[in-house]
Design a protein around this ligand. Structure first.
Ligand code: LRH
Ligand code: MN
Ligand code: MN
Length: 424
């Protein structure tokens, strides 16, 4: 299915007047609107291939129909999304869920849709058919060197696929750990993991980054060998300057202060990337901003503060990705909402009066500190985000466009009702 430019323009025509009125009203609240718009225009969020199907990170899957049946169709889906919002021009692949059989063709197809390849993801948390050694007791931490080598070789294969596609980073998420006290020697598990990661690190091209993703729990529930930002930072520091910590919002213990974690990782120059999602309990992988939008804003507030302090580019110096998937929404509609939530939180955080905030902090004016943050958070920036989309050729209202253009109905016609996207 293709969405022609004129269809987007026709749709925008219908609501442009209302939009302009709302945008003009908002201008009083924004100091340097051009610079804010430019930042929003430059900001892109990668879509993981596994978010395009329903329930891809959950136990049960209730397919909604018209799901992508191949890597090509996943790229097509992200192309559609990107046409509507002009903010999701990248895909993140998971190997072996998305083996590119012909990398050159895949690369050209993605380029046709204006999509680049974000971080590659390796998978040593599932046994694959025909695999020699099992990861039941871990992969890079494993007590047997043959198992560790198998995991290392897989990661090297993933880097090689990425090189062919033009990716510049690999995310390693290990589910290694233990379920019971006594199962594992923590120190040896750490040392084995570090040694395995160093083997992979040696194969990184000079312009690549390695992201070490941490997670406190699941599938191991007693200990996790890359369980928190401290452990991830230890690995990343020992590995070298191309290794960074990756923060997935769903991977913390309840009520963790993620904004503080982000601030300190940035201060150390060791924050590499983000997996956005939202949750009530743990790694629920829900739509970004659906449960704790204020937390998301506070995280962006620290991101901007920390990146500006280090002179980093908001758009290119960190890896931005969504990592979500669940059962009850249309995956593309969900991604539209997630991207929108990220843009809104980013725009709100750009409005924070940092000079005033610094003064309030220096005077221990707690009340004013809170007021300054909440003034920005409570600003309805949706017209600002919509204006950025309009300027970049996207739709004023992507969700409405998705429904009016009957995108899912068309995908079902093309692919069938009983499709389940490939992968997990
Ligand atoms: C683990 C995780 C990690 C995986 C993805 C499928 O929970 O967040 O990033 O690669 O889910
Ligand atoms: Mn993740
Ligand atoms: Mn996760």
């Amino acid at each position: 299915m293709n969405v022609e430019k004129y269809k987007i323009e026709e749709l925008n025509e219908v609501t442009i007047k209302v939009h302009q009125r709302k945008f003009t009203a908002l201008l009083d609240e924004i100091r340097d609107v051009d610079s804010v718009l430019k930042k929003l225009l430059d900001f892109n969020i990668a879509i993981p291939s596994w978010a395009l199907g329903t329930g891809r990170t959950r136990f049960a899957r209730f397919a909604g129909g018209g799901e992508p049946r191949s890597l090509e169709e996943k790229i097509e889906d992200i192309g559609l999304l990107h046409k509507l919002n002009q903010s999701s021009g990248a895909i993140s692949l998971h190997i072996p869920w998305d083996i590119p059989k012909s990398p050159n063709d895949i690369r050209s197809l993605a380029a046709m849709h204006g999509i680049r390849f974000d971080a590659m993801n390796s998978n040593t948390f599932q046994d694959q058919p025909g695999q020699k050694h099992s990861y039941k007791f871990g992969s890079m931490q494993h007590v047997q060197s043959e198992v560790r080598k198998q995991a290392v070789d897989h990661n090297i294969d993933v880097i090689n696929y990425g090189i062919e596609l033009g990716s510049k980073s690999i995310t390693v998420w290990l589910s290694d750990g233990s379920c019971f006290p006594g199962q594992l020697n923590f120190r040896r598990a750490f040392e084995n993991t570090l040694e395995s990661l160093s083997e992979v690190y040696k194969h990184l091209p000079s312009d690549w980054k390695m992201f070490v993703e941490y997670k406190a729990f699941e599938p191991n529930f007693y200990s996790t060998t890359v369980g928190d930002w401290g452990q991830s930072l230890l690995y990343a520091s020992k590995l070298g300057e191309k290794a960074y910590t990756l923060v997935d919002l769903g991977h913390h213990l309840p009520n963790a202060n993620i904004e503080q974690i982000v601030a300190l990782l940035l201060m150390e120059g060791k924050l590499g990337g983000f997996h956005f999602n939202d949750s009530k309990y743990g790694d629920d992988d829900l739509t970004v901003g659906s449960v704790k939008p204020y937390q998301l804003f506070l995280i962006f507030n620290e991101l901007i503060d920390g990146m500006d302090a280090r002179g980093m580019s908001h758009s290119t110096d960190l890896g931005w990705m969504i990592d979500a998937s669940h059962n009850v929404k249309d995956p593309l509609e969900d991604l539209i909402q997630s991207v929108e939530a990220i843009m809104i939180a980013y725009a709100q955080a750009l409005l924070v009066d940092r000079e005033q905030l610094r003064k309030a902090q220096e005077q221990n004016d707690t009340v004013m500190g809170q007021e300054i943050l909440q003034k920005a958070f409570r600003t309805d920036v949706r017209p600002l985000v919509a204006e950025a989309r309009l300027l970049s050729g996207g739709t004023l209202n992507p969700l409405q466009a998705f429904r009016t253009l009957k995108i899912r109905e068309n995908l079902i016609k093309e692919r069938g009702l009983k499709t389940i996207s490939t992968g997990l």
